[in-house]
Design a protein around this ligand. Structure first.
Ligand code: DGL
Length: 274
C-alpha cells in the first residue's frame, strides 16, 4: 500500500464502554478529516475493577477487532488499559498506539511546576494499583503525588444522572475528594475517560485545582504523532461505532456523553471472536 492510501485508513479508538467517547469527540474536533472506528466494550464494562490478566485479555481482543478493520493507528481511550497493558497492545498490533498516561502526566506536571509541584491522580482501582500515572509524573519531575482510586465514579456516570447539584453525586465525590481538597493540589489528572462527565462537580470539590482530561491530552498526542509519521488524512471524517452490547442501548446511553448523540452507524459485534 502506498503512503497516500495508508493515510486514508481510519484511526481505531477503544474503551471499556462509553467513556472513550469523551476522547473521541476531542479527536474528531482536532482532526475532523479523519475516519474513525470506535469500539466500546459495554457488555464487559467495568474494566477498572478487574485483574491485570483479564484487562489484558479484553484489551487484546479489542485491539484485534480494530486491526480487522484495517486501522492505521490506535487511541487507547481507556485509563485502565493504558496503565496496565499498553505495551501488549503495541506488540500485538505493530501499529502506532497512543494511550492516556504520558500526555496527561506531561500536561499536569507543566501546571504543577508553576505551583507547589503537587498533583493528584484520580482513576479506577486497576489504574491506581498499576502506578502508571505516578511513574509518568516522576519522569516529569513531580514527586508529590496523591493517587486516589474512585471506583464509584464509573457507575455514577454510566447508571446515574450526575449533576453539580445532585445530592448523591456530591456525596460520592466528597467521599473521595474531601481529603485531597485539603492538600490543595495544583492539578488533577482525570485518569479515566469517564470522569470528564463529572468535570463540574469535581471542580466544585477541588476549586483551585486545574483539571486535566486524560482523553483530551491523548487526542492531542495522537494528532502530533500522526503528523510526524505522515499518516494524517485530509479527505475523510466518517465515524463508525461498534459495541459488544446492544447497538440501540449504546446509542441511547451515548447521548449523555456526546451532546446531540452519535452521528454515524452503530453495530453490534461479538468481541469473543477476536
Ligand atoms: N473509561 C475507562 C477508563 O478510562 C473506564 C473504566 C472501567 O471500565 O472501569 O479507565
Amino acid at each position: 500500500m502506498n503512503a497516500s492510501d495508508k493515510r486514508k485508513l481510519p484511526i481505531g479508538v477503544f474503551d471499556s464502554g462509553l467513556g472513550g467517547l469523551t476522547a473521541l469527540s476531542e479527536l474528531h474536533n482536532l482532526m475532523p478529516n479523519e475516519d474513525i472506528i470506535y469500539f466500546g466494550d459495554s457488555a464487559r464494562i467495568p474494566y477498572g475493577t478487574k485483574s491485570p490478566s483479564v484487562i489484558r485479555k479484553f484489551a487484546l481482543q479489542d485491539a484485534r477487532f480494530l486491526l480487522s478493520k484495517n486501522v492505521k493507528a490506535i487511541l487507547v481511550a481507556c485509563g485502565t488499559v493504558s496503565s496496565n497493558c499498553i505495551e501488549d497492545v503495541r506488540r500485538e498490533t505493530g501499529l502506532p498506539v497512543v494511550g492516556v498516561i504520558d500526555s496527561a502526566a506531561k500536561d499536569a506536571s507543566e501546571v504543577a511546576k508553576k505551583g507547589n509541584k503537587r498533583v493528584t491522580v484520580l482513576g479506577t482501582s486497576a489504574t491506581i494499583k498499576s502506578k502508571a500515572f505516578e511513574n509518568a509524573l516522576k519522569n516529569e519531575g513531580i514527586d508529590d503525588i496523591i493517587p486516589v482510586a474512585c471506583p464509584m465514579f464509573v457507575p455514577l456516570v454510566e447508571y446515574w444522572n450526575p449533576s453539580i447539584d445532585d445530592e448523591a453525586t456530591n456525596a460520592v465525590v466528597s467521599e473521595y475528594l474531601s481529603e485531597v481538597a485539603r492538600l490543595k493540589p495544583d492539578s488533577a489528572i482525570l485518569g479515566c475517560t469517564h470522569y470528564p462527565l463529572l468535570f463540574d462537580v469535581i471542580q466544585k470539590h477541588l476549586p483551585n485545582t486545574k483539571l486535566i482530561s486524560s482523553g483530551e491530552s491523548a487526542a492531542n498526542a495522537l494528532k502530533e504523532e500522526l503528523v510526524v509519521l505522515g499518516l494524517d488524512n485530509n479527505s475523510g471524517g466518517r465515524v463508525e461505532y461498534f459495541t459488544s452490547d446492544d447497538a440501540s442501548l449504546f446509542a441511547s446511553n451515548a447521548k449523555k456523553f456526546l451532546k446531540g448523540g452519535l452521528d454515524g452507524n452503530i453495530s453490534h459485534i461479538d468481541i469473543e471472536k477476536y
